[in-house]
Design a binder for this molecule. Structure first.
Ligand code: FDA
Ligand code: NAP
Length: 441
């Protein structure tokens, strides 16, 4: 895409994952249905092409939400960017229905996202990492005010500046390694799994281990057990066993659009109750079918007397000692506080989760305008706009990193169709025009 040098965009989107793709759709559908001036937008993505957690696109891994929680349907059920429209365009709608499954594979959902994204190539620039945002000295005031966004071309290294009245930060989750543990060619985080695994000779992988008891850990353990029939596969679990992800109907309501209001306008006690009772809908939990499949395999091996799938429960990694191709893992088990166990592996995968999005470093000096709560987190308005000092009229919208204000859906797909519609509405309304993007149709 060619961004226009002197144009001041209404909004620049930073990152082009599902959240900002959904925003691009909401803005387009607004344009199709409103008489006012179109909202001008440009998006920048550091990857070379669209990709949604590509390194975890494991065969048979399924979505953890219904296909109806796609980029648009909850906001606009007749959107041409719905998953159903994609199925129709792919001539698979009938067979999808015959398959009777609410949860497509992640690979199929990825194809859907790519299909939707292919309509926005004039608005998104790839190989483009946003490195900073600033308020220039001559930025003006009120609705004229603009921000300067620095964009680095990841191929050439060249940096250019783009101007906008608003930004939508949507840079996604940040991989989390345990303190003191570093990644390299033998020690991986789950977010880089398929890329790093693909560089190995499978014959060389005789002993592999996976750390963690969440969905990523369970899926990778299963994958390694499938792909390396000659290898010993160890799962290092901090818990006694995998716990099930609660996706039963009552609990699932915590992901409803109305739950965002209940969370946002609720008291501290309300918000605390969401986390206390419903963290197990998403964090450190695994889908029922994956748990049962792993247990079944383990039991079959016991029956056959050929055990190569091992579960080390209540165990944490204390240290990783690396030398050339050798990796020694020092383990601490809560079952035997005194003993220290060591294990040699050819590859070690830390499926130890992610930190939520934090816009602080991207905002740099601009962050001085952003108000924070007593725990140091950004204050965020209901329309996902950071609360700022009066000196800043430009809007900083967050798609992610709002768990403390908007609840559990902050980092998930469940509510992106509604959230992006709300952001699009907010942009138009704050321009002084009446708008209702939400209805879309
Ligand atoms: P996402 O991380 O997808 O995209 C952010 C984009 O910003 C990336 O493409 C990144 O390259 C780019 N970027 C980052 N910094 C940048 C910068 N400075 N400049 C330019 N670009 C930058 N949720 C759910 O509801 N159902 C599910 O089934 C799943 N499944 C799932 C599987 C796996 C393996 C993971 C790790 C997570 C999930 N999730 C999930 C949760 C996940 O957060 C969600 O699916 C989306 O990825 C959220 O979309 P975003 O666009 O917000 O972030
Ligand atoms: P997660 O749910 O946060 O799980 C991380 C696991 O690592 C937990 O068991 C955690 O234990 C453990 N851990 C963290 N630090 C550790 C340490 N120092 N030592 C040992 N163990 C440690 O992360 P995830 O499994 O990557 O899931 C992240 C998100 O992606 C979730 O929303 C999930 O649903 C999603 N996901 C979806 C799919 C799919 O759609 N098919 C696939 C994978 C992931 P504690 O509980 O003790 O912290």
């Amino acid at each position: 895409m060619g961004t226009r040098e002197h144009e001041i965009y209404d909004i620049v989107g930073i990152g082009f994952g599902p959240s900002n793709l959904s925003l691009a759709i909401a803005l387009e559908e607004h344009q199709n249905n409103a008489s006012g001036r179109p909202v001008t937008a440009a998006f920048f993505e550091r990857q070379a092409a669209f990709g949604w957690h590509r390194n975890m696109l494991l065969p048979q891994a399924t979505m953890q939400i219904s296909f109806l929680k796609d980029l648009a349907t909850f906001r606009n059920p007749v959107s041409r960017y719905s998953f159903v429209s994609y199925l129709h365009a792919s001539d698979r709608l009938v067979q999808f229905v015959n398959n009777q499954d609410f949860f497509p594979t992640r690979q199929e959902f990825h194809q859907y996202l790519e299909w939707a994204e292919s309509n926005f190539s004039d608005r998104v620039t790839y190989n483009s990492e946003v490195t900073g945002i600033r308020l220039p000295e001559n930025a003006g005031t009120g609705s004229e005010q603009y921000l300067e966004i620095s964009v680095r071309d990841t191929a050439s290294g060249a940096t250019r500046v783009v101007r906008a009245h608003n930004v939508a930060v949507s840079t996604g989750l940040v991989p989390r390694m345990p303190e003191g543990m570093d990644r390299d060619e033998r020690v991986w985080h789950s977010s880089e799994f398929l890329a790093k695994y693909g560089r190995m000779d499978p014959a060389e992988l005789q002993n592999v281990a996976v750390v963690g008891a969440g969905q990523s850990a369970a899926e990778i353990t299963k994958y390694l057990h499938d792909m390396l029939p000659h290898a010993q596969v160890s799962a290092i679990l901090p818990s006694y066993g995998y716990s099930v992800a609660d996706d039963t109907p009552f609990a699932n309501q915590v992901f409803d659009p109305t739950a965002v209001d209940h969370y946002y306008f609720g008291s501290e006690t309300t918000r605390d109750a969401f986390w206390r009772y419903h963290k197990n809908t998403n964090y450190s939990v695994v889908d029922d079918d994956v748990i049962r499949e792993l247990f079944r395999r383990s039991y079959e091996e016991e029956v056959a007397g050929e055990k190569r799938l091992h579960f080390l429960n209540l165990t944490r990694v204390k240290e990783v000692k690396r030398s050339g191709n050798d990796t020694r893992v020092v383990l601490h088990s809560l079952l035997d506080d005194e003993a220290q166990q060591e294990m040699d592996v050819d590859a070690l995968v830390f499926a130890t989760g992610y930190q939520g999005m934090d816009a602080t470093s991207l905002l740099g000096d601009l962050d001085r305008f952003c108000l924070r709560d007593k725990e140091g987190r950004h204050q965020v308005e209901r329309d996902y706009r950071v609360v700022t000092e009066p000196g800043l009229s430009c809007g900083i919208y967050l798609q992610g990193g709002t768990e403390h204000t908007h609840g559990l859906t902050s980092s998930l797909l469940s509510n992106i169709a509604i959230r992006s519609g709300e952001i699009a509405d907010s942009l138009v309304e704050r321009r002084g025009e009446p708008a209702r993007v939400g209805s879309g149709a």
